[in-house]
Design a protein. Structure first.
Length: 163
């Protein structure tokens, strides 16, 4: 897609996010299976449900713009997921693996926070208040997921150091 104006850029960003979130709905169950800490597992499973809702919100945004969500693969998310897959396949002691999974998950969250923030700004400038609302709702959940990962890390990282 050739990006010629801010609306095109918004659609491009939303397609990237749609691809990213779709990839995550497939990756998060695998991550949850590799996690040992019950609070971390619960946080990941909770975020999977949120991620499914993120996809639905993005679909609503595309409907408002009369655009299709298809047509782009988020290479950034693909790479982040590949790194997490590599870590999980390498194994290791459970505390250290969980600490590594948190690091991988936080990279994902920070990527999404950045992308949703940019898309929200574009939608705001284009006077698309409903899309701004949808993106803001997801952005809040992404920030909350990152905060929950920080909370889990406080315990898990100490346990990994002791392992």
């Amino acid at each position: 897609m050739k990006v010629e104006n801010l609306r095109d850029l918004l659609v491009d960003e939303l397609r990237d996010l749609y691809s990213a979130e779709t990839q995550l709905t497939k990756a998060l169950p695998k991550v949850a299976r590799h996690v040992h800490d019950s609070k971390l597992k619960e946080a990941i499973q909770h975020h999977l449900k949120e991620t499914e809702n993120h996809v639905k919100r993005l679909e609503q945004a595309f409907q408002r713009l009369d655009e299709s969500p298809k047509g782009k693969t988020c290479a950034g998310m693909k790479g982040l997921i590949e790194e997490a897959d590599e870590r999980m396949s390498e194994g290791g002691d459970k505390e250290t693996l969980d600490a590594g999974i948190i690091a991988d998950a936080q990279r994902v969250e920070h990527y999404e926070i950045s992308a949703y923030g940019s898309a929200r700004t574009f939608a705001n400038l284009l006077r698309e208040p409903e899309i701004v609302r949808l993106l803001e709702e997801t952005l809040k959940e992404e920030k909350a997921a990152d905060a929950k990962l920080n909370e889990c890390a406080e315990t898990i990282n100490v346990e990994a150091r002791a392992a």
